[in-house]
Each structure stands twice: as structure tokens, then as C-alpha cells.
Design a protein around this ligand. Structure first.
Ligand code: ZN
Length: 210
């Protein structure tokens, strides 16, 4: 059952998905569509559109006591790391600059440096806690490129494991995210101090100590 307004995946992908579950199928299926087609994210997109304002501005503006509820994991100097509430996979993080803009060209050098620095921190954290086999990551600018929240740029970091989604979503609209968001948040938050202490090796000029 697809969410209202969601489209069926292309026929070829549905056929691939069925074939992939056949024991002797030797094909490989690693298309961009596999990563990007995620119908369960539609409620997230609609909720974000209904939200009065911008969650990426509102969440860090709230007291730090709200961070757990908002899944906000780490506050830097010019941006923050947050769990995606409607993840592509277990441990899906986002790096978000504090400043509200949909145009990458308006960021200053200090903001761009910290965006990468925060992504490095997110990668270290995920490797330590979740031991992923691979990652998807990057930036979607504009609705046509797949951005759910279009007004405020944010970078995705999606840990992957062999067979993690395995086309279950595309074929059956079943999302395979086995661990609760709150449990993932708790595990990542608990590991942060250790990861930060390992990271501060003198080369990392822009990483806030906490
Ligand atoms: Zn914003």
C-alpha cells in the first residue's frame, strides 16, 4: 500500500526487485533510484510543509533540554548534527548549518569548513557505534532534486549495510529500519564524548570541544 500521492516505482525496478529475491539471480542492482526512491518519506515532507516555520531553524533555537526530543545530536559553532526522523536507513544523520538559506553560494568559508568538519564527526560517530559497510551522502538542492525541506540546506549521511534495504521498500513498501530512533539517538549521544576526545588531535581547528 503506497502513501497517498506516492508513485509506483518504475516497472523495471519492480522487476529487478522481484528478481533480486530469487535465490540464483546473479544481477547487481545498485542504481541511484534505489537510494533515492523512498515513499515512506512522504509524510515527513508533508509534515515539514505544514510546520509553521522551519524545523532546522526552530530546533536549535529551542533549549538544549529539548535536543533529545528533537533528535538533535550535536551543536557546533555554525551548524549542528541531527538524526533524520524518517530515515533512509538506521542511523541516517543530517548536518545542517544554523543559517537559513537554500543557496550554497551564500555560505562563508567558515561555515563551509564546519559543514565538512561536522560531516567528519558524523562519519566517525557512525563508524564507531554502528560499524556500517558503506555510506550514501550529500546534498539535494530543490524539490526536483529530491529535497524534502527545500528552504534550508542540509547534508545527508546515510550508513549502509549489504542487503539493508534489499528492495523491500520498492517492492512491498516495507521499510527495514530495525532500531528505534530514540535508541539510535541514545547510543550515538553516549559515544560522542569519546569520539570528540579522539578527534581533537590538534589538526581540527574548527571542532567545538564539549
Ligand atoms: Zn531554516
Amino acid at each position: 500500500m503506497l502513501p497517498p500521492g506516492a508513485r509506483q516505482p518504475p516497472l523495471l525496478l519492480r522487476v529487478y526487485g522481484i528478481l533480486k529475491n530469487v535465490p540464483n539471480f546473479k544481477g547487481t542492482v545498485t542504481t541511484m533510484t534505489e537510494q533515492l526512491w523512498a515513499p515512506w518519506r512522504l509524510p515527513y515532507i508533508l509534515a515539514a510543509e505544514r510546520h509553521n516555520g522551519c524545523i532546522f531553524c526552530d530546533f536549535p533555537a529551542q533549549a538544549e533540554s529539548c535536543d533529545e526530543q528533537n533528535l538533535l545530536l550535536y551543536r557546533g559553532n555554525t551548524g549542528f548534527i541531527i538524526l533524520n526522523a524518517f530515515p533512509y536507513s538506521n542511523g541516517h544523520l543530517m548536518v545542517v548549518p544554523f543559517r537559513h538559506t537554500d543557496t550554497l553560494e551564500t555560505y562563508g568559508d567558515n561555515e563551509l569548513l564546519e559543514i565538512m568538519s561536522l560531516q567528519r564527526l558524523a562519519f566517525r560517530l557512525l563508524r564507531k557505534v554502528m560499524n556500517p559497510e558503506a555510506f550514501n551522502g550529500g546534498l539535494n538542492i530543490g524539490r526536483a532534486a529530491g529535497a524534502g525541506i527545500t528552504g534550508h540546506l542540509h547534508w545527508h549521511i546515510v550508513p549502509r549495510w549489504n542487503g539493508d534495504t534489499n528492495f523491500m521498500t520498492v517492492v512491498n513498501d516495507v521499510r527495514v529500519v530495525p532500531e528505534s530512533l530514540q535508541a539510535v539517538y541514545t547510543r550515538l549521544k553516549a559515544a560522542l564524548p569519546e569520539v570528540l576526545s579522539e578527534a581533537n588531535n590538534g589538526l581540527e581547528i574548527n571542532e567545538k570541544k564539549s
